[in-house]
Design a protein around this ligand. Structure first.
Ligand code: NOJ
Ligand code: CA
Length: 723
């Protein structure tokens, strides 16, 4: 494990009993700009937050509704219905409290992530622990607040030694009473997917805009919602960037936010389980951190590491096997319908009863020996680390949307995929194959086979798995973001770590910084990724918002690098990639991930080898990152310094407006550099001329000014080479 440099732990004050109930306890951030108050008003716990004296959060309530205890299920039949009268009335744990005591402490350390946007992160906060007792019930509830320079984190803790031992949460009652009608970049509340484009409007307009913005161009079924997902990026009337999310989501359901637009108040709404309950707890235990990041500028928000800091340090003893990965894939061909995951066109297959060796192949199966070898050759020739191969295993004939339990065995290759020979060939060329485990959300089936599947990976030398959770969850009735699934995703990461396997989970719950604790969690999707460019297209602003929202909790396997926009002509898929080639190059810098894919096909890269050079050159692990210009929904420009050799790269993206910027590379150390600029050509446009780019070389110093123009839906990428 990397060495953690601890600077100081200050002033841990003893827990001091309150003689008379103190109604207000205050806490300030290390730099003094943020201040919060904990209030107990008539026994009701609340908190507030201010930035330089300006309200961020007005008094906001805290607490829970707890399910009454279960009796044995008594089934009644009234002639028409069967009812189960099995639950005593729920009770509220949000009132009638007395303050037992409060205590303060401070913490300051620098820690080194295994991979990341920088090589050293400061974790500096002031802490307040509030200990409460509900008067009549005697239930104990503690609330721990941590105030950093870049925001607030707090969590509920249920201490040991009380009557409350095993209980289920009916609802968490946390409020975020925004001080004004903030502008928000949001996606609708949904227990099963984050794969939406973002709405942009004030909190009070979300409900109305939901129908207009989200459903207008969507193929999904409309439904009414007043809920949104986190990480929710907002901007206050006073210009503060405020972000609400959660950190360290472990053994608890994922939190959504119900929007009370009239009062611009957000309330927690947890993902239920199959029975409608929200979280099963056993004391001592605690919730994830609820987070409120506050920044004076958009670039400051991008630099915030509050979510990572609220996670536990690395839990793995040995991390030497965890490496950032640049990869290609036999994948985009399937996404675009150019080839298939399945080996036959038979509509229904029962594993174990079906003999693939006797079956007629469909002739379009992507993961075949010849094609995989050709991809290995290309990936190896151009310096990649790995190759993902999807559709290698039996069961793809009827995998999706059938609510089928035993759909894959994760072990048996199709007849035209020679797992042993292909791995040997890949290794001989310096390439690792990435295993694909699409579970089709039959999660219990995955758990049946997981151990054997990881042993198979070890046997053939696979070091990384991409998991997927398409469709409704089995056990039936569970949701992708419920506590049961949250526990499953982490179980996979921990089990994989025992086999020295890194995990990239698609359709899993959105990240909350757990990659600090488990750095083999090297990627996640959990948002609308580049693949949606093949499912009808994504508006260009999407990639200017994701770094503020989805990426706040951890890296995304966005799968950039699509060079052929006209899918209809190429693959027959009726979709257009809404991005210029320069925009796709920029994403390797703007969308931070230690796992970066060159997602297009070798043939498309061969047509633009000069632009492809940037994908080959760009680093994937960073010593330092500088956020130069940003506004969510509009544009984003970031510069990063490679951890390996100190080389700087810069990338920028814009929405569907052309934009111009002056970049001062004052991040460079003194000296002369060759800047290779991959820019949109003057006539580039994501709709009409997405392949219009120019590559130029310039001599620059830290004092130079580089003028950049980005086309609509465009961007730019620069690599700086020391002369
Ligand atoms: C959806 C994933 O996002 C995609 O990457 C994958 O290819 C398919 N599911 C099939 O597993
Ligand atoms: Ca997906």
């Amino acid at each position: 494990m990397k060495k953690i440099v601890l600077i100081l732990i200050l002033a841990i004050s003893a827990c001091s009993p309150q003689k008379s109930i103190t109604d207000r306890v205050t806490l300030t951030s290390p730099d003094g700009d943020l201040s919060m108050e904990f209030l107990l008003e008539d026994g009701i716990p609340m908190y507030t937050l201010k930035h330089k004296g300006t309200d961020v959060l007005l008094p906001s309530r805290l607490g829970f509704e707890i399910r009454g205890s279960m009796k044995s299920a008594l089934i009644r039949f009234d002639g028409d219905h069967i009812t189960k009268s099995d639950v005593k009335p729920s009770f509220l744990l949000d009132r009638n409290f007395e303050l037992l005591c409060t205590s303060n402490s401070s913490f300051d350390e620098y820690w080194e992530p295994v991979w990341g946007e920088e090589c050293s992160i400061r974790n500096h906060y002031h802490e307040l622990l509030v200990e409460l007792k509900q008067k009549e019930s005697g239930h104990l509830l503690n609330i721990r607040f941590r105030l950093f320079d870049d925001g607030l984190g707090f969590r509920y803790e249920f201490p040991d030694k009380q009557r409350l031992t095993h209980f289920a949460i009916k609802e968490e009652l946390t409020e975020f009473a925004m001080a004004d009608d903030c502008f928000a970049w949001w996606i609708p509340g949904d227990y099963d997917t984050q794969e939406y484009e973002y709405g942009e409007c004030k909190l009070s307009e979300i409900e109305e805009n939901f129908k207009e913005q989200i459903w207008a161009n969507s193929s999904q079924t409309p439904f009414n919602t007043s809920g949104v997902q986190t990480s929710l990026q907002m901007k206050s009337a006073s210009g503060l960037y405020i972000n609400i999310h959660e950190a360290a989501l472990v053994n608890y359901p994922c939190m959504h936010l119900i929007v009370d637009g009239k009062h611009h108040t957000l309330r927690s709404w947890l993902t239920p389980d199959a029975q409608g309950w929200k979280g099963y707890m056993q004391t001592p235990c605690h919730t994830p951190w609820r987070t409120v990041q506050v920044a004076e500028s958009a670039v400051e928000q991008l630099a915030s590491r509050l979510i990572l800091n609220l996670n536990e340090p690395c839990a793995l003893e040995d991390v030497s096997w965890i490496k950032p990965v640049k990869y290609m894939g036999v994948w985009w061909e399937m996404i675009t319908d150019k080839s298939s995951w399945s080996y036959t066109d038979i509509p229904s297959v029962k594993l174990g009863e079906f003999d693939y060796n006797q079956a007629t192949p469909n002739g379009t199966h992507g993961a075949n020996n010849t094609k995989v070898r050709a991809y290995i050759d290309f990936a190896s020739e151009h310096g990649f680390d790995a190759l993902l191969v999807e559709g290698w295993n039996i069961g793809w004939e009827d995998w999706a949307n059938k609510s089928k339990d035993y759909v894959f065995d994760f072990q048996t290759p199709y007849p035209d995929f020679d797992i042993e020979a292909l791995n040997q060939y890949a290794h001989s060329k310096g390439i690792s194959l990435i295993m694909h485990h699409e579970t089709s959300s039959s999660v219990r089936n995955y758990e049946r086979h997981m151990d054997a599947a990881y042993k198979l990976m070890n046997k053939y030398g696979y070091t990384s798995v991409k998991t997927g959770y398409v469709g409704d969850i089995i056990p039936r009735g569970e949701y992708h973001y419920g506590q049961w699934m949250v526990n499953h995703y982490l179980h996979v990461v921990k089990e994989a770590a025992k086999h020295k396997i890194t995990v990239n989970a698609h359709e899993a719950v959105r990240p909350t910084g757990l990659c600090r604790t488990y750095p083999n969690m090297i990627g996640n999707e959990s948002a609308m990724g580049n693949e949606y460019q093949a499912f009808g297209g994504i508006g260009p602003k999407h990639v200017t918002i994701l770094p503020f929202t989805r990426l706040n909790g951890g890296p995304m396997d966005y799968t950039p690098g699509i060079f052929e926009q006209n899918l209809k002509e190429w693959s027959g898929k009726n979709s257009w990639v809404n991005a210029t080639i320069a925009n796709q190059l920029a994403l390797y810098v703007t969308m931070y991930s230690p796992l970066q894919m060159a997602a297009d096909t070798p043939d498309h890269y061969r047509e633009h080898m000069d632009a492809f050079q940037f994908i080959k050159d760009v680093a994937i692990d960073w010593e330092e990152s500088r956020y130069l210009y940003a506004e969510p929904g509009d544009y984003l420009i970031i510069a990063r310094k490679a951890k390996e050799d100190g080389q700087w790269f810069c990338g920028g993206v814009t929405d569907d407006n052309a934009r111009e910027f002056d970049i001062c590379p004052d991040f460079l150390e003194a000296g002369e550099y060759e800047a290779i600029i991959y820019a949109d050509s003057d006539d580039a446009h994501y709709k009409t001329n997405p392949k219009g780019y120019s590559i130029s070389k310039h001599k620059v110093t830290p004092e130079s000014t580089i003028h950049i123009r980005m086309a609509p839906g465009g961007g730019f990428a620069i690599s700086f080479k020391k002369i």
